[in-house]
Design a protein around this ligand. Structure first.
Ligand code: UDP
Length: 251
């Protein structure tokens, strides 16, 4: 683990703060306990979220890296600190869906819980003022947010990540309903999976629970005021830890 000196704060988002280090290619991310929903109209805190999301994202980035996926993850340097590659984030949220929930139900009228015949990839324009609108590939080209080649690459990477994550979460007895990814370009122009993967950015349902509210183990507990939010994140972390240690023993 390289020790980098904490430099200037370069960005503060809803869930993380990014700092420069003495290496221009390396940043430090601090994971906050703050939670927001509905374009920051709802605000709160989830106890120990920063540490839990940092640990969960670390496990998932390491798992995806072991499957050959390029990510910005370098190391977890403290419970709520992650060292990452400095990238230029594309202003796109790439959402992959396996089961209908959230805005897909509102947009299409599909019932909550409908299994999709094949995974659906969607792009949203990261723009708080516009409320992160759904974008077609032509919109992306129009605003030159990414090249058509990069858009195809993003889709391919998102679908591959979905395959790997579904099989991993299956081992955790968790259903991966949908999730949001962000990608960035490193100094050499390579696309890297960036940001985080955590219960803030995924919908995860307990495979062994049928009740549609009780099975929710992600930020929907916060969005819908269902209670036990921190406990749900803890459950996800504990199941991931168990599977990771089982898999490393089996190797
Ligand atoms: N998501 C996210 N950040 C956002 C919007 C969505 O991480 O700004 C995640 C969300 O947690 C879910 C998936 O992307 O796992 C799809 O979200 P959806 O479009 O259904 O929006 P929502 O109903 O969650 O606002």
């Amino acid at each position: 683990m390289t020790d980098n000196n904490l430099g200037e704060k370069i960005y503060e988002g809803k869930a993380k703060i990014l700092y420069r280090t003495d290496d221009p290619n390396v940043l430090l991310a601090y994971f906050k306990d703050d939670a927001t929903a509905f374009n920051a109209q709802k605000k709160g805190q989830i106890e120990h979220k920063g540490e839990m999301n940092c640990a969960i994202a670390t496990y998932l980035f390491q798992y995806l890296a072991s499957q050959g996926m390029p990510t910005h993850f370098i190391a977890q340097t403290a419970p709520d600190w992650m060292q990452v590659v400095a990238v230029k984030i594309l202003p796109l949220e790439v959402v992959v869906r396996n089961i209908a929930a959230g805005s897909l139900c509102q947009r299409t009228g599909l019932d909550l819980g409908t299994e999709l015949r094949s995974p659906l990839v969607e792009f949203y324009y990261k723009n708080d003022r516009l409320g992160d609108p759904l974008f077609t590939e032509d919109h992306i080209e129009l605003l030159e947010l990414a090249t058509p080649e990069q858009v195809q690459q993003l889709k391919q990477m998102a679908l591959l990540i979905d395959r790997h994550l579904r099989s991993f979460f299956e081992q955790c007895r968790l259903i991966l309903v949908d999730f949001k990814l962000e990608f960035g370009l490193d100094a050499s122009g390579q696309l890297l999976l960036s940001d985080e993967i955590s219960p803030d950015t995924c919908r995860l349902w307990d495979r062994d629970v049928a009740d549609p509210k009780a099975r929710i183990l992600d930020k929907d507990r916060f969005r819908q005021d269902l209670g036990n939010v921190s406990a749900a994140y803890h459950e996800v972390m504990a199941r991931i830890q168990t599977v990771v240690s089982q898999n490393s023993r089996d190797r």
